[in-house]
Every structure is written in C-alpha cells, then in structure tokens.
Design a protein. Structure first.
Length: 182
C-alpha cells in the first residue's frame, strides 16, 4: 500500500503559514503531486483516516501546538515508509536529531523551495561519503544551538526559554531576529 501511494505522488503539507503553504502547494501540484494541507495535528490525524500519503512536508513550529515533531511522529506511526521532510526557521542540531529520531528523512532550514524538498525526498538514504570538516564550532554557533535546544525543550515558549537561559526576554528576541553566524 505504501509503495502505491509513493507512485501516486500524494503529499501531505503541514504548514500554518497560509501564503507559504499556498505557494508550496501550487508548486508541488505543477510537478504532479496530489497535495493535502493541514495546519495542526488534529487535521493531520483526520486526513490520515482518509488518505495515506507517500510524502509529507512538516513545518517544525505550528501555531497552537508544541511543534511539528508531534506531526512527524503521527505520520511515521501511520506509515513508516512515508518520506517526511521537516522545514524550519528555527534550525538547530537538537531539533534536527529529534525530527530524524521520530521518523523524518530530512530536515531543511527555511527558506527552502520545492526543488530543495524534492532533493531531500530523493536523498532520504543519506550519503556516507560526505566530507567531514575539521572546522571548530564558533562560540556564536554554540550559543545559537543552545538557544534552539532550549526553545525546543520549552515548546518554543520565548519567555520560558529566556528564563532558563538567564537572559532578558527582549535580549533573546533580538538574538533570534539575527541571522545565524557560521
């Protein structure tokens, strides 16, 4: 059954940003996918009672929920062969690891487009030949990772994250508004 669904190119898009969802949906439909859209876990569960998609794209941070990780878990439980890509504007090693542990085949930072997502679906097996760099991690990157790990632990609650990190909420908001320094 799962293989037949993969052949039909049925995709479930879990995204609460309506404009971004509309753009991705149209783009995937032009590529021959049958796209279903949900904005929260309850809608995902209802859709899974009707369809069994072979592909899913899940936003990590959804309004009204802890995160898209619960959606990833539900999708993987429904069909362990489903190829699930997690998209996020809050990229961190901690959330990437959790997404993969829960069943995602790939994890992409926003902005990502349809080409990036399809490439992720096609590279679900991973690549053991990828070069490991010897570059040390910078203090700014370590700080970025710690902030995002704590964000994930607090279900993306900014006030609680700031409290746990011992910083003012506005300071944390400013740090999150800045681009990650590599």
């Amino acid at each position: 059954m799962a293989e037949a669904e993969h052949d039909q190119k049925t995709l479930l898009l879990v995204e609460d940003d309506e404009a971004f969802a509309r753009t991705l949906r149209r783009s995937f439909e032009r590529r021959g996918y049958r796209v279903h859209h949900a904005t929260r876990l309850e809608q995902v569960e209802a859709l899974l009672a009707e369809v069994s998609p072979g592909y899913a794209v899940v936003d990590l941070k959804l309004d009204g929920e802890a995160s898209g990780l619960a959606c990833v878990q539900a999708l993987h439980k429904h069909d362990s062969d489903m190829l699930i890509v997690v998209l996020t504007g809050y990229a961190s090693i901690a959330t990437a690891v959790e997404a993969v542990k829960l069943g995602a085949c790939h994890y992409l930072a926003k902005p990502s487009n349809t080409d990036d997502i399809e490439a992720a679906f096609n590279n679900a097996e991973g690549n053991a030949d990828i070069k490991v760099t010897g570059r040390a991690t910078s203090i700014k990157t370590l700080e970025w990772e710690r902030i995002h790990q704590t964000l994930a632990e607090t279900d993306f609650n900014i006030s609680e994250t700031a409290r746990r990190l011992g910083m003012h909420r506005r300071t944390l908001a400013r740090k999150l508004a800045k681009q990650q320094v590599k």
